[in-house]
Design a protein around this ligand. Structure first.
Ligand code: AMP
Ligand code: MG
Length: 325
């Protein structure tokens, strides 16, 4: 690869999903207000909000929720040598906590249901690529070797496509003991209940090519999770080609075809894994598998030859959409 002909650029690591602030949405006499906290954890910016009448109680709940995000990061990160996933890479018989076992159980379930598009054993391949901070393209032989290693028994794990969703579920569960809440971490989000004004939470799904805009806005309330996977969060540009972090396990190269996938469902562990899986499957197969899933709705975003976004939705997705004003 000639250095002079290449241009590298790293993606922004901001949120793929944004909570759209509800100004003055505190409710009446009890003064239930939204209390929030923003932290850098799990390799991304996490925003936690809880509805509560007491600032002190809210602060304690936000701390407990943050502790859950941080705890799951320490268990499941492939980049922390002392994490369970890191230790497992050195010793396949290392003991696993109930949390890591649960993440793995869902990962394998989605791996089967997606025909292998979701693959939790890409640890070696992702290291060959140099994610999360790729500096140059790997050569084809190294990529083939990474694919081979990913298929071996005890292959190195990378739970980057699912662990954040699991952590977001736990954080939302912790906040829900205090009040309605919304937790967002990069592309994964979970809500419980409603805003203090009784309305559903309003969420923006970023436009994959103009991240200052939203491609759609969603209204969610109750116990609902939303995840977005995109090609614009971590990537390397080489000679005008985008090499992003969602790899097709059958080739070892970035999955081609889609710009982003948003999945709505009952838990973020499931929506996280499926947004990654559907991204790999592509518009047609991804849409078909999401449509067939009884608990999920999804939207897959493609770009046509003229650079316009083309949206593919499952039949129930639009019921969450806020009409464009
Ligand atoms: P997400 O942003 O949830 O789509 O997850 C992307 C992350 O999942 C990457 O940064 C990798 O850590 C990991 N990953 C990449 N490709 C796959 C895949 N095909 N299956 C499962 N995890 C993947
Ligand atoms: Mg994911």
């Amino acid at each position: 690869m000639s250095g002079s002909a290449t241009r590298t650029l790293r993606g922004a690591r901001g949120a793929l999903l944004l909570t759209i602030a509800c100004t003055a949405c505190s409710s009446g006499a009890a003064k239930h207000a939204v209390h929030d906290r923003t932290d850098f954890v799990l390799g991304t910016v996490a925003e936690l909000k809880v509805v509560c009448a007491s600032a002190e109680e809210a602060a304690r709940a936000l701390q407990r929720a943050y502790d859950e995000l941080s705890r799951i990061e320490r268990l499941a990160s492939a980049y922390i040598d002392t994490s369970e996933v890191g230790r497992l890479a050195l010793d396949p018989s290392a003991p696993l906590s109930a949390d890591t076992r649960e993440i793995l159980r869902v990962a394998r379930e989605v791996q089967d249901a997606s025909g292998g598009a979701f693959c939790p054993t890409l640890g070696a391949l992702l290291k060959i690529w140099g994610f999360p901070e790729p500096a140059a393209l790997p050569d084809s032989a190294s990529v083939r070797e990474g694919v081979r290693l990913s298929r071996l028994p005890n292959a190195a794990l990378d739970l980057g496509g699912i662990a954040k969703g699991y952590a977001v579920d736990l954080a939302a569960g912790a906040l829900a003991e205090t009040g309605s809440c919304i937790v967002t971490a990069g592309g994964d989000l979970a809500v419980r209940g409603t805003r203090p004004d009784g309305k559903a939470w309003l969420i923006g799904v970023q436009d994959p090519r103009d991240t200052s805009r939203f491609v759609v806005k969603l209204r969610v309330s109750g116990k609902v999770s939303v995840s977005t996977s995109g090609d614009y969060q971590r990537f390397l540009m080489v000679d005008g080609v985008r090499y992003h972090h969602i790899l097709d396990p059958s080739t070892g190269w970035p999955a081609r075809g889609l710009r982003s996938v948003t999945v709505i469902g009952p838990s973020a562990v499931l929506t996280d894994a499926w947004s990654t899986a559907a991204f790999v499957l592509g518009a047609q197969e991804g849409l078909a598998r999401l449509e067939a899933h009884p608990d999920l709705e999804g939207m897959l975003v493609e770009e046509d030859g003229a650079g316009r976004l083309v949206l593919h939705r499952t039949s129930g997705f639009s019921k969450y959409e806020e009409p464009n004003e």
